[in-house]
Design a protein around this ligand. Structure first.
Ligand SMILES: Nc1ncnc2c1ncn2[C@@H]1O[C@H](COP(=O)(O)OP(=O)(O)O)[C@@H](O)[C@H]1O
Ligand SMILES: NC(=O)OP(=O)(O)O
Length: 313
């Protein structure tokens, strides 16, 4: 099977969102054991990953050091996270594969994703990035012109523009690497957002694309059989957070569309994952939302929330 695994922030850093380098290396090393297990079970694996905590931290460095070195735009910050997370994944994945006797080359690709300059999401930021702050400290940032949002128990988080991914511009290179047997890391952080100018040239724009939405696009473009959205819960749930909450196993596309329309999945967490899973399933693929620990079970024995376009859909 050709499988695209989208690694959530929870798979790559500590849950408090501080993204300490040692925590990231530790979390990525653990994540790559699960990825290597999937590869060693005989599947062709393409990886993508989030970058919310990391890109938010780079923005803070920009602000703090602005009087010493010139700040760089958000698309540059996104590109930097692809490099840093990409090489850290490779450093962990190579030995994890070698320990299992799997001889597969690995590669991480700087990847650009085309967005529309007129996308209305540029006007209303929705993508949470960086650390959590208490309300009073967030208010200080808001007073300086930033947009922050109450994210519940953990506190407030900065939000930035998150346009729809339209096209993965480096798809040809990703495909060439996949077809020569590489385990490829691509479109990290949803891809570096770029727009096409009237003269055909490309220009980076200040935004962070949702990595799950780009993952659905990439999985479709690569002809993947399965899209796995790997996070920190085994299943998406309905009536989440209530005494009636229950996990969803194998679920028809129509049923999942109906749950989503009923507002069962929170925006900013499970909502975009279900949206991405639905998009890939609507295009004829199988989408699975599950925990990182269970990605091989997901592919081999339908563990997790499995969304299939069954014939009656
Ligand atoms: N309906 C739901 N079912 C399961 N988890 C949910 C639901 N709604 C919100 N969540 C929360 O979504 C979280 C996963 O989303 P998120 O933290 O954004 O993941 P990641 O960082 O791995 O991409 C879970 O830890 C859970 O707390
Ligand atoms: N770019 C992105 O979706 O990052 P997170 O998954 O870390 O939020």
């Amino acid at each position: 099977m050709r499988v695209l695994v989208a690694l959530g922030g929870n798979a790559m850093t500590s849950p408090d969102g501080t993204a300490h380098p040692a925590d990231q290396v530790r979390a990525i090393s653990e994540a790559m054991e699960h990825v290597a297990e999937l590869v060693s079970a005989g599947h062709d694996v393409v990886l993508t990953h989030g970058n919310g905590p990391q890109v938010g931290n780079l923005l803070v460095k920009n602000e703090v050091a602005a009087h010493v070195v010139p700040p760089v735009p958000l698309d540059w910050c996104g590109a930097q996270t692809q490099g840093t997370i990409g090489f850290t994944i490779l450093d962990a994945l190579e030995p994890a594969l070698a320990r299992r006797g799997v001889a597969r080359p690995v590669a991480a690709l700087v990847t650009r994703t085309l967005v529309d300059a007129q996308d209305p999401h540029f006007q209303s930021p929705t993508k949470p990035v960086g650390r959590y702050l208490p309300a009073d400290q967030a208010q200080q940032m808001i007073d300086h012109g930033q947009q922050w949002e109450d994210r519940g128990d953990k506190g407030w988080r900065r939000v930035v523009a998150s346009p729809e991914p339209q096209e993965i511009l480096d798809l040809g290179a990703i495909r060439a690497l996949v077809e020569t047997g590489h385990v490829v890391v691509a479109a990290g952080g949803g891809g570096i957002p770029v727009v096409r100018e009237e003269d055909g040239t490309l220009r980076g724009v200040e935004a962070v694309i949702d990595k799950d939405l780009t993952a659905a696009l990439l999985a479709r473009a690569l002809g993947c059989d399965i899209l796995i959205i790997a996070t920190d819960v085994d299943h998406a749930m309905v009536d989440y957070g209530t005494p009636d909450e229950r996990p969803l196993g194998v679920t028809s596309l129509a049923q999942m569309q109906s749950y989503a329309a009923d507002g069962q999945f929170a925006s900013g967490s499970m909502g975009p994952k279900v949206d991405a899973a639905l998009r890939f399933a609507e295009s004829g693929g199988r989408s699975i939302i599950t925990s990182l620990e269970h990605i091989t079970d997901a592919v081999e024995s339908e563990f997790g929330t499995v969304i299939d376009a069954s014939p009656e859909d």
